[in-house]
Design a protein around this ligand. Structure first.
Ligand SMILES: [Zn+2]
Length: 416
């Protein structure tokens, strides 16, 4: 008779896996958090005598002895992912068109007659995964797929609503979500493309108690006149939930300064400005975002450390960086998670915040990013609490609302 289960030892503990299971499956059977580290290249597997083993390969017929070695970790992680899920959190950098529920995408596609690259939630998640991207440009191409089902007001309302429900479920108390209404034309007017997600946001805010700000993005590769038009539309909705203007899209070869009129318009009308910079290009791009465009925060800013004088400036002026760990690995902005400068910047006094960029595309939650910062980059409990509070302090909120957010989150952190 065939044996249906194989007995495997992972880190000296016995686990049973089904025939045909991979080494990764065996690790997951022992410890989901350890498997997550393995999946994000923060750990590797060896056999019983220390030879590296491919985690994607099958467990042999005779079972096996495996050891998971976690790299770049200072001391064992003391916080589990489940504990961090319960932490109150805030997020400042996430793209609405990168956060759809796969099931919703399939439903919308069926209703709208849109063809998607897969017809199951798993297949779609796989097709949209940006894990194997070679550059920021390739990463961005995945957004065309999600945008294909986001061309009606009903779809935008629903996607925004579900997004807020999803982040609220992992205890995110405040979130700023961004997208570009220009990418919903010609199906929708700019007005329709702004009012639809605002309606979804309001509905979810009322149900969850999570507060939401909407950020309108100009796109670097579109004409500056479009950015100006977007900044004007954003300013019109300033008292209706739009909190800021941003510039996104392929960074290298598309200078932010070309869009300075849009930033100036937003600032003149009381909107805050942020700008993607130092992700697909170097520190000069950050310099331009700050000094030519008046950005008050920087989206990513990963390559800031290449210019020590600019880093000092960013520290002295307390300019927050909206950092995204997994996304930077996926776009090849950093070679590996362990090389990410997040902890170094934190230690150097930069105001750093943790964000997902795109939950669906990057295959992560905000909790995952806090866990990676803890388990791979070595942030302590105190460091993580500092990051949560820095995220609240960097929110584009009126001062009195910011104070209320900080005191809510602070007392929730103390009660943990
Ligand atoms: Zn982004």
């Amino acid at each position: 008779m065939m044996v249906e289960e194989l007995r495997v030892f992972v880190n000296e503990r016995a686990v049973r896996v089904a025939r045909g299971a991979t080494v990764q499956d065996a690790v997951a059977a022992l410890d989901g958090d350890l498997a997550a580290l393995l999946a994000s290249d923060a750990a590797y597997v060896t056999d019983g005598v220390g030879r590296p083993v491919d985690a994607g390969g099958p467990v042999g017929e005779g079972g096996g002895i495996f050891r998971v070695v976690v790299t770049a970790r200072r001391g064992p992680p003391r916080l589990s992912k489940e504990a961090l899920r319960r932490w109150p959190k805030a997020e400042l950098h996430v793209h609405l068109d990168g956060c759809l529920r796969p099931e919703t995408m399939l439903e919308l596609a069926r209703a709208q007659g849109v063809r998607l690259p897969a017809d199951t939630p798993e297949g779609l998640t796989q097709a949209l995964s940006v894990k194997g991207s070679r550059s920021l440009e390739e990463y961005l191409s995945k957004y065309e797929i999600t945008l294909s089902v986001m061309q009606t007001a009903e779809a935008l309302e629903r996607i925004a609503y579900e997004f807020v429900r999803d982040v609220a479920a992992e205890h995110v108390r405040y979130v700023e979500v961004r997208y570009s209404p220009a990418l919903h034309r010609p199906a929708l007017t700019l007005t329709e493309a702004i009012e639809a997600p605002l309606a979804g946001i309001k509905r979810a805010e009322a149900e969850t108690g999570t507060k939401v700000g909407l950020i309108i993005c100009g796109i670097r590769t579109l004409p500056p006149a479009v950015s100006l038009e977007l900044a004007q539309a954003a300013a019109d909705y300033r008292s209706a939930g739009v909190v800021a203007f941003d510039l996104a899209g392929a960074e290298r070869g598309h200078p932010a300064a070309e869009h300075r009129a849009a930033f100036a318009h937003a600032a003149r009308h009381g909107l805050a400005c942020t700008c993607h910079a130092g992700e697909g290009d170097g520190p000069d791009s950050i310099h331009e975002a700050l000094h030519a465009c008046g950005a008050r925060r920087i989206g990513h800013g990963t390559r800031l450390g290449e210019d020590p004088a600019l880093l000092t400036y960013v520290v002295e002026h307390r300019i927050p960086l909206e950092m995204c760990l997994s996304s930077n690995v996926h776009t090849r902005t950093v070679a590996a998670l362990a090389d990410h400068p997040f902890k170094r910047y934190l230690d150097q006094g930069v105001v750093v915040t943790l964000n997902t960029d795109g939950r669906l595309m990057d295959g992560i939650s905000l909790t995952d990013e806090y866990y990676l910062a803890h388990a791979v980059l070595g942030l302590s409990r105190q460091d993580l609490a500092r990051v949560v509070l820095a995220s609240c302090e960097s929110a584009f909120l009126p001062e009195y609302e910011k104070v209320a957010l900080i005191s809510r989150v602070q007392s929730e952190l103390e009660a943990l």
